[in-house]
Ligand binder design. Sequence first.
Ligand SMILES: Nc1ncnc2c1ncn2[C@@H]1O[C@H](COP(=O)(O)OP(=O)(O)OP(=O)(O)O)[C@@H](O)[C@H]1O
Length: 266
Amino acid sequence: MTATSHIQEGTPAPGAHAGVALEARNLVKDFRGFKATNDVSLQIREGEIHAIIGPNGAGKTTLFNLLSGFLSPTSGEVHLFGERVDHLRPFEIVRRGLSRSFQISSVFPSMTVRQNVLVALQSPTTLPHQFWTPVSRLESLGAQADQILEDVGLGAFHSRLAADLSHGEKRQLEIGISLTQHPRVLLLDEPTSGMGGEGVARVIALVRQVARGRTVVLVEHNMSVVAELANRITVLQYGAVLASGQYDEVRRDPRVIEAYLGEETH
Ligand SMILES: Nc1ncnc2c1ncn2[C@@H]1O[C@H](COP(=O)(O)OP(=O)(O)OP(=O)(O)O)[C@@H](O)[C@H]1O
């Protein structure tokens, strides 16, 4: 049995989602004849930390964009807790429980750490009937902001300008901003990119913490981070799923070793 076959097991009947938080069914994204996503089917189970890995250009970011509504698939479907969402806009998907953080910073540098979280808390996705509110009037959300900052380890930095945060602290803030949307599923795009050992260890601890009670999907290049965090992994190559399953099993798959993990297993 190949590792790939695991994604076929337990496939729920159409409409059911029995323990599956997020599902791609035969997803294709065609950029002018080039399939950046090529018939991808995968299931992310509720409560797991699932890593999407693969060489540069394998289609990881494109898949994230499809799962979160930032791109529409050429064909195929995305289901969130059993509901088809591939026709919805990103904010509608956020409202249904899926948030993502970005590889490129979404932080406002000229605001304080706390103001960044407050602004995210009053976004239309969390407060549907409220438009822009001056930061000074957002204090009703202050307790919530403070709790989120504690949760992501930035409690002591609340009044610091976001511009003055270290790279790693900015990533912590981005995760905090994602948490303002109360996601049941959190997509993290390379949360440890550009970090040294200490920052990586902090993010690993943070991801473990935010994963309590929710589902986390992460794109990650650092294989030791994947090994530490992921319950299951999916390996992409040329836009397609090469293998999907338990980390220890997939890393021994000869095709995966050849494509990607060779150095790790020597
Ligand atoms: N808008 C686009 N138009 C044309 N081609 C695109 C577009 N977006 C992505 N691609 C191509 O699709 C392929 C997959 O890109 P993608 O960014 O999804 O890969 P990735 O696995 O995230 O790569 P990396 O690890 O380098 O971030 C690449 O060959 C890329 O050049």
